[in-house]
Design a protein around this ligand. Sequence first.
Ligand code: AGP
Length: 610
Amino acid sequence: MCGIVGYIGDKKAPPLLIDALKKLEYRGYDSSGVGIVVPGDGNIVLRKAHGKIQNLQNLLRSKPFPDSSLGISHTRWATHGVPNKVNAHPHRDCTGKILIVHNGIIENYESLKAALQKKGHKFVSDTDTEVIAHLIESHYKKDLLAAVQKTIKQLKGAFALGVICSDHPDTLIAARIGSPLIIGLGKNENFIASDVPAILEHTRKVIYLKDGQMAKLSKDNVEVFTFAGKSVKPKIDKVTFSLDAVQKQGYAHFMLKEMHEQSDVLKQMVQKRIKGNTFHLEELSTLDKELKNITNIIIVACGTAYHAGLVGKYVIEALSGIPVTVDVSSEFRYRNPIVGKKTLVMAVSQSGETADTLAAIKEAKAKGAKIVSICNVIGSSIARESDGVLYTHAGPEIGVASTKAYTAQLCMFYLIAAKLGVVRGVVAKKDIDNVIQALKHIPALYKKMLKTKNAIARVARSNAHFGCFLFLGRNVNYPSAMEGALKLKEISYIPAEGYAAGEMKHGPIALIDEYRAVVCIAPESDTYEKMISNIQEIRSRKGKVIAIATEGDEAIKKHATHVLYVPKTHKLLTPLLVALPLQLIAYYISVKRGCDVDQPRNLAKSVTVE
Ligand code: AGP
C-alpha cells in the first residue's frame, strides 16, 4: 500500500519527510517523492524518483530542496499506471500551485479525467490520483479547505489525501475514507501519516482520522471536520507500541500479519469478480477468441508460485478439459520447449521480477505462444512482457515466505479455470457454478480457521523437535504437500519433502520411523480412503502423523497422532483451505526454533538473478 507523510512546523520539512517515508518502506512501494512549499516566494518544489527512496536521496544530492517547513511525501504502491517517476506522487494541478499525495483507488477517475480534459486540464501521468489535483484546482477560489471539500464530494472509491498549496504556506489539508490516515500532534509542529511508524520519533500523540473526516493543520493547531464541514472534537490517543511492533500492526512477524490478511485478500478478489451467479475476468476478455482455440496450456513459475501452478493444472483440466503442463521456469527455458501458436503459456509470479520466469515467457513468446501472467506487483517486468495480466491485488507481501500471494494465486486459478470452462463448454455449467459458489464462502471460512490457530500452534510446537518432515497429499492436494514442505524448510531450515502419497511405497516409506513426522493432507475427497491407508502404513512403522482433515471427520482420530481440521468445501477448493494450517505449522515451528521468520537465511523475496 502507498505511504503518506505530511509536515507543518518549525523544522526543515524535506529531511524529516524522507526519514519518515523510510519508516513506511515495510508497506511495499515502487517509487517515491516529496513536494514542499517554499516560504516567501510561494513556489512549489517537487522531487520524485522511481524505485527505492535511496534513488530519491541520490537525486537530492544534485538537486537539493530549498529550506521549507511545509511539505508532503509519498511512497507509491502502483495500482493505476506503471511504476515510474512521472506516476510517482506528489501530483499537481495545471497551475503547479496545488500538490497532493494519495493512498487508495479512485474508482470513477476515468470519467472525472475526461470531463476535466474537456475543460482544458492537461494531465501528465497515468494515475487515478492526478485527477484529484485538477479537481481541487477546478474548485479552488483561494479557500483550499472548501476546494478539497467540493472535490471529495465527486470522488468514488477509497482515499487518504494530503494536500498543500503555495498560496497557503501555513496550511496542510488531510482527508480519508477507506484508507488509513493519522494526525500526529507535536510542539509547534503537526504531522499526517498513513501509519504511526512515520511519526513515532516525533510524537506519540495521535488522532486516528475516521472515514469521512478531514482536517486542517497549521503548525500549532489542528481542526477536524466531517466531509460536510461539521466541526468534530477528535479523540487524542497515545501510542504505546514500539516502532517495530507498529509496522507489523501488532503481529509478531510480517508473515503472521500476512497470513491473517488472507481472508480480506480473498474477499476483495471474490467480491470484485463474482457477482451473484456470474463471474468475470475482464483482463481475459480480449483473448476470448484465442482461448477458444488454444490446444494446450503450459504454466511456468518458481517455488510457491510453481505449486500454485500445479493446483492450477488440476482445476483447469477439471473445469475446461484443456491439457495443462506445469514447469519450473528454470527448466522450461532451457529445454527447448515445444510451444506452438495455439499454446497458452501462463506465468505465475508474486513479484513479477523472477528472472527465470521472465526468461521463460520471453522464450515462449519467441516461439509464438500467447502469454497470460498472474502477478501481484503492478507493472512488473513479467506483467509488462505478457499479452494479458491478472493482478491478484494481495497488497505488498513483506515476509519472504509467500502466504497471501499464494492463496490469491490459487483463487485466481479457480476463476481462470471457470472462465476457460465457460468458453470451452465441455464441462457442465452447473459444475462450474458449484465451484464458483463455493469460492464465495472461502473468505469467511478463513476467518473461521484462524480461530483454531492456537490448536495448530500446539501441534506444531509439540513436533518442532523432529529433524525431518514428509508432507503427503493426493490429486489436487499433492501440490499442497509440496507447498507445505517448502514453507517448513524455508523458514525453519528443517529438511522437508512434499510427495504424492501414492508414491510412499516407491521409496519414501523407507524414511519412516519414530523420528519422522509426516503431515498427511486428508480432507474429504475421492482419495480419502487411500490417505487413511497411507496414515496406517506410517503409524505401523512408528511414524508420527499430523493429519489435516475435514471438520466432522472423527474416524481419522483413530489413525493419526494429531488431527487439524479445515471446514467443509468443494473438493477442488481444499488446497485453498489446507494452505493455512500448512503455513501456520511452518510458522510456529520456525518461531519455536528461533529462526528469522520474515527474513530466512540465504533467501530473497524476489529472485531477480538466475
Ligand atoms: C515462497 O515462499 C518463496 N519465497 C519462493 O519460492 C517464491 O515463491 C519464488 O521465488 C517465486 O517468487 P515469485 O512468485 O515472486 O516469482
